[in-house]
Design a protein around this ligand. Structure first.
Ligand SMILES: *Cc1c(COP(=O)(O)O)cnc(C)c1O
Length: 352
């Protein structure tokens, strides 16, 4: 830190992204990327736009919003496109909580919520998950501020039903409920169908996980036109060209190839279930996951040791140091071949 940084940001605890190491080729199961490449049409669309990079991108993102709206059965005014869904979450904390405003989210969830809360001076409360790591929806009924729920939750992979979320929406008509559906395509039920009924619902999704575009940075929100307009006020006050030309074209092409991506999701789900079985056979406790990762612990090796030993052997997983989950590792579901390597290395570490 320099001596010029203002006090507000000196004590900020920043988000720690998963490692993106360059030292060697790892079997990379640590940041929930897709193991499958973008479709050929996406690569062609991005390359095609590269020759027009001298021009600014469309600040209204109209073409992309239209294809997203078409896929989800809403109108353009209900769709917001952003530079990764992290941007939407950031803006939601700004727009719907802000300095001194309140926010509620689980104690174990996506680590960025806390960071956005701190960044914007929000008075947030972390509501403890139940002992089995589930979210008790009743604990979010009738709150006095912004509610943020990742569904499925990260890093547990557990999902709430649409009915459970609807209960939260109904009992908080004066506050926005953000449902972060970063992992919804891997088998959970989406709340997009509730958007027409609840003007306080903001559903966020991302192209980073199920649509193999983590490196392109593209997220979107679906909500009542009023909430989309609110996010746009912030976007037009920070960076109206937040989605670049190549990403915008790639995103539209990915929606055009939706079947390819949904097939990949089905493959990943099958790989997930097979890997969960094999981990359980090795004595692991594995939380039932509706996401593209498994959250697992062994009583024979602690979470940190397993992470370090796997790393030595060329396999990267994610370990979190928070008290309640330090025994666990979060393992991204890769290809079947990558999961074979994972299981083989774990067996080696356990001495089986
Ligand atoms: C990965 C992730 C995001 C953000 O993804 P972007 O790459 O910024 O679109 C948001 N929420 C959760 C829970 C995630 O895991």
């Amino acid at each position: 830190m320099s001596r010029y940084l203002i006090d507000t940001y000196r004590s900020l605890e920043v988000y720690t992204p998963g490692e993106q190491p360059r030292d060697m080729q790892y079997v990379k199961l640590n940041t929930n990327e897709s193991p499958y490449p973008p479709s050929p049409a996406v690569i062609a669309a991005a390359s095609g736009e590269a020759g027009r990079l001298q021009l600014y991108s469309d600040p209204t993102c109209a073409a992309l919003r239209d294809v997203i709206a078409g896929l989800y059965g809403v109108e353009r005014e209900n769709v917001y496109a952003s530079n990764g869904s992290d941007d939407i979450l950031n803006f939601a904390f700004m727009a719907f909580a802000g300095r001194g405003g309140r926010a509620y989210f689980p104690d174990i969830t996506y680590g960025f919520y806390k960071v956005f809360g701190d960044l914007h001076g929000v008075d947030y409360t972390e509501i403890p998950l139940e002992d089995d790591f589930t979210v008790d929806p009743a604990k979010y009924h009738g709150k006095d501020g912004l509610i943020v729920i990742a569904n499925p939750n990260a890093p547990t992979g557990l999902a709430l039903s649409v009915d459970a979320i609807e209960g939260i929406l109904k009992t908080n008509p004066d506050h926005v409920v953000v449902v972060d559906e970063a992992y919804v395509d891997f088998g959970a039920d989406s709340c997009v169908k509730l958007v027409s009924k609840y003007p306080n619902l903001l559903v966020c999704q991302t192209f980073s996980k199920s649509r193999s575009m983590a490196g392109a940075r593209l997220g979107f929100a679906i909500a009542d036109a009023g909430l989309i307009a609110d996010l746009d006020r912030i976007r037009y006050s920070t960076n109206p060209y937040n989605v670049n030309r190549m990403t915008m074209a790639a995103g539209a092409a990915a929606i055009g190839d939706n079947d390819y991506y949904m097939q990949n999701c089905r493959k990943i789900e099958a790989t997930r279930e097979a890997a969960a079985e094999r981990l359980r056979a090795l004595g692991f406790t594995v939380i039932p996951s509706k996401a593209n990762f498994l959250f697992a612990k062994s009583d024979r090796v602690d979470g940190e040791t397993l992470y370090l030993e796997l790393k030595k052997r060329g396999v990267l997983v994610r370990h979190f140091t928070a008290e309640r989950i330090r025994d666990y590792d979060r393992i991204t579901v890769g290809t079947p071949e990558q999961m074979d390597i994972l299981i083989q290395k774990i067996s080696e570490i356990l001495g089986d």
